[in-house]
Design a protein around this ligand. Structure first.
Ligand code: CMC
Length: 432
């Protein structure tokens, strides 16, 4: 990244003028470096929701929301989704370059060798009430890995141990995700099978029955590979920022990622993919009238929002949604599935894109709008959708955590503007 300081910004604060350096990114994005602002003026910046605040420089992902561009380490998402293997993208995100064939074979081998989880992990499952949401379980299961691998607790872990921790987490994630699914439906677990690749292994552990053979469908494998790649990283979003913030206190990798999963769960972030299908089902049950729900979404007195629409950063289109929409059509056609919710989704999209409210606010379908339709066609229950988002996002979180640690970034600790009562005397209980 060319990080040259080419100009400065002048801030005049109550008569005190200071100059602040500009930080220019590879794609000419401009940031004002305010790190000296408080020491020079006593003031801080205020930006609730971080709508204008860059929390870091980063070499991992470039996103231009106005143009609908998403690139990882310089590679366009469209090309990666079309040509790459998910583990190749994971390597690219975490280590900065696409692996050579030798590097990839070693990486793939190491990950296959770490797929089993400690049998004691099964005891944790016994404690969940039937029907617990998979995301709550995923948060706990990932965090529990720190108990099985306590060397991860050491922030000064050797490079070799850190590398093993990263491989372990990537390897065990599909096993944990499929365990959650099997336990929820009361089926016996399917162990990982290391002659299968990452995506195949996950699908096999999820859909194979212990009593029957399971034949992997290449349509599913390819769609799943693509979906995971499309979710792999998205620069400083809510969950990645959470991972970096938690990790900045030198909490271990498992705890940091577990916190990221918690952030992802919310319906405004990754939890939207579950909510989209629930919304489409509700519209279908209500007669399939898309316009009625468009009107509800526009009504400020109605809390209803069009789930899977809008994005903090994309203001033109979400390139991931474009690819997923086409993929949903392909998968359903190849499988000969006629899902009426896909038709409702398309009607809803069409109606929203021609509506002044959505045009004015630049609200477009996001990654979550069509992904659930594919997941459902593959046989995933709707409560597992956000877990699938987490499975895909894992390499991105690891890459963000590793970059933050490698750059020795300070603990994240925002300031605030206090607006509560000024100092006042304590009043005894009987006098209040
Ligand atoms: N339906 C109806 N109105 C909306 C929607 C929506 N989905 N999204 C935003 N708006 C309106 C919002 O009411 C506001 O209107 P006004 O200016 O009149 O007050 C305007 O558009 C700007 O919205 P905002 O909430 O200020 O924008 P934000 O950047 O804070 O929020 C968002 C972004 C994604 C949280 C929001 O668009 C949303 O809630 N979308 C639905 C949930 C969703 O699909 N989330 C998945 C995001 S993509 C996956 C991921 O990476 O997390």
């Amino acid at each position: 990244m060319s990080e040259s300081i080419s100009q400065t910004a002048k801030v005049n604060l109550q008569g005190n003028e200071i100059e602040l350096p500009l930080i220019i990114g590879t794609e000419d994005e401009v940031g004002i470096d305010i790190s000296s602002l408080r020491s020079n003026t006593g003031a801080v910046t205020l930006d609730v929701g971080y709508k204008n605040t860059g929390s870091t420089t980063s070499n991992i992902t470039f996103l231009d929301g106005e143009k609908g561009v998403l690139r990882h380490r310089g590679y366009a998402i469209e090309e990666l989704a079309e040509k790459a293997d998910f583990l190749e993208v994971a390597y690219l995100l975490i280590y900065g370059e696409l692996p050579t064939e030798t590097e990839f074979n070693q990486w793939d081998h190491d990950i296959r060798r770490h797929t089993l989880v400690n049998e004691d992990m099964e005891n944790i499952f016994k404690a969940w009430p039937t029907g617990s949401h998979p995301m709550g379980q995923l948060i706990a299961m990932i965090s529990s890995l720190s108990s099985f691998y306590p060397e991860s607790l050491n922030p000064n872990i050797s490079e070799e141990d850190r590398s093993r921790t990263i491989r372990r987490l990537l390897a065990k994630m599909p096993t944990i995700c499929s365990m959650i699914h099997k336990k929820r439906i009361g089926h016996p677990l399917i162990y990982p099978q290391n002659n299968l690749n990452y995506v195949e292994n996950y699908l096999n552990m999820t859909f194979k029955h212990v009593t029957e053979d399971y034949e992997l469908d290449p349509v599913f494998v390819s769609a799943m590979n693509k979906l995971l790649i499309l979710h792999a990283d998205h620069e400083q979003n809510c969950s990645a920022s959470t991972v970096r913030l938690v990790g900045s206190s030198h909490a271990n990798l498992y705890a940091s990622i577990s916190a990221g999963v918690a952030a992802l769960w919310g319906p405004l972030h990754g939890g939207a993919n579950q909510k989209v299908i629930e919304m489409l089902e509700a519209i279908k049950a209500d007669g399939g009238n898309a316009s009625k729900y468009i009107e509800k979404a526009k009504d400020k007195d109605d809390p209803f929002r069009l789930m899977g629409f809008g994005h903090r950063v994309y203001k033109n289109f979400d390139p991931r949604a474009k690819i997923i929409k086409k993929s949903a059509d392909d998968v359903l056609n190849k499988l000969g599935i006629n899902d009426p919710t896909l038709e409702i989704a398309k009607k809803l999209e069409e109606a929203a894109l021609s509506d002044e409210y959505f045009i004015e606010r630049k609200l477009f379908p996001n990654v979550d709008f069509y992904s659930g339709i594919i997941y459902r066609a593959m046989g995933f229950p709707v409560e597992m959708f956000t877990v699938l988002f987490a499975l895909g996002r894992l390499p991105g979180w690891i890459a963000q955590w590793k970059e933050m640690m490698d750059n020795r970034q300070p603990i994240g600790r925002p300031r605030q503007i206090y607006t509560g009562p000024a100092i006042r005397p304590y009043v005894d209980l009987d006098k209040r």
